[in-house]
Design a protein around this ligand. Structure first.
Ligand SMILES: [Zn+2]
Length: 312
């Protein structure tokens, strides 16, 4: 499916062409996943670019709080941010979008999960009907499990969200604190994902997969430091949804050239390439693929295997 076109576009370094070829984005934080230009036009000012690498989620949150969130206020801001994320996906040629909406966001609608879902359906239909949007619920790891369960429960009346993800400060609480939450999600048929192995070590990845019974891992790049963890991921067919620019900008990897995605791929682990937060890191999926190609991390053919992984 579009293999020849994709390889040609990479070889010609033609990002416009790359944007027309079907891709997935399976690691996307919605309100931070918007098209930059679209948001800038709406707020009527430029968002300064993050040019210096940072070293923590806290630093990233500070940047977001200073340069982005002041202009994205309340329900209107929330909806504009989601709109921009759909526009970004469409313009980037993303045909499969697993985008994560924080479980708290129903509070923009008087606590109504139904109203939030209505708004998401409306925005999807209006701005990116051709994109297969697979709604995901995000749980902030700094929040207590009791509160997350309370926020989660109203969504269970609707068969809308398909997966869950645990995100934010990976070291805030141990995975075992979220066991009950994940059992509820599993028994309600959700696909289970969590951020792990971005700041944490290789062993924490296996542990989290086992404790929460994860189907997929967001990042998981530190698995590269342990053969036995890599073997575990391969044998259990755990997909890693990796975001190269985010990893570089958050100083998780020294250089793109040395990104562990190469070793993980060679080990036979299923990997995908994703954006994380376009507003902060400025690269769409097309740019991520081109960057990996230009830095010699993968051949065009190998990148096509990775592209197709995401579409399966
Ligand atoms: Zn993320």
């Amino acid at each position: 499916m579009f293999t020849k076109e994709f390889i040609e576009a990479l070889e010609k370094r033609d990002v416009k062409k790359l944007r027309t070829i079907p891709k997935s984005d399976l690691h996307n934080h919605a309100i931070l996943g918007g098209n930059l230009e679209y948001i800038e036009n709406w707020i009527g000012r430029k968002i300064p670019k993050l040019t210096q690498r940072i070293t923590s989620i806290e630093e990233m949150e500070n940047w977001v709080n200073q340069h982005y969130l002041p202009y994205i206020k309340g329900t209107t801001g929330f909806e504009k941010a989601i709109e921009a994320a759909f526009v970004q996906a469409k313009e980037d040629g993303v045909v499969k979008l697993e985008m994560s909406i924080d479980v708290y966001f129903r509070h923009f609608y008087g606590g109504s999960a139904g109203k939030l879902i209505e708004v998401l359906k409306k925005l999807h239909k209006k701005y990116a009907p051709e994109v297969n949007f697979i709604p995901e619920l995000g749980f902030n790891r700094s929040v207590s499990q009791d509160l997350l369960i309370e926020w989660f429960e109203p969504y269970l009346d609707y068969d809308y969200f398909k997966s869950v993800d645990l995100y934010g400060d990976e070291l805030a609480q141990p995975a075992s604190n979220f066991k009950q939450l994940y059992r509820i999600a599993k028994s309600n048929g959700f696909k289970l994902k969590a951020h792990v192995g971005e700041f944490g070590d290789a062993e924490s990845i296996q542990k989290t997969v086992e404790i929460l019974e994860l189907d997929e891992v967001q990042h998981g790049i530190s698995a590269v430091k342990s053969k036995s963890v890599m073997r575990f991921l391969r044998e259990n067919n755990i997909q890693l949804n990796i975001c190269p620019t985010s990893n570089y900008m958050l100083s998780r990897v020294e250089e793109i050239k040395k990104h562990p995605i190469r070793k993980l791929f060679d080990y036979g682990i299923k990997v995908t390439v994703n954006t994380d937060d376009v507003i902060v890191f400025q690269n769409g999926v097309s740019e991520e693929f081109l960057m990996l190609y230009e830095h010699g991390v993968f051949s065009a053919k190998e990148l096509d295997v990775i592209r197709l992984n995401g579409l399966m």
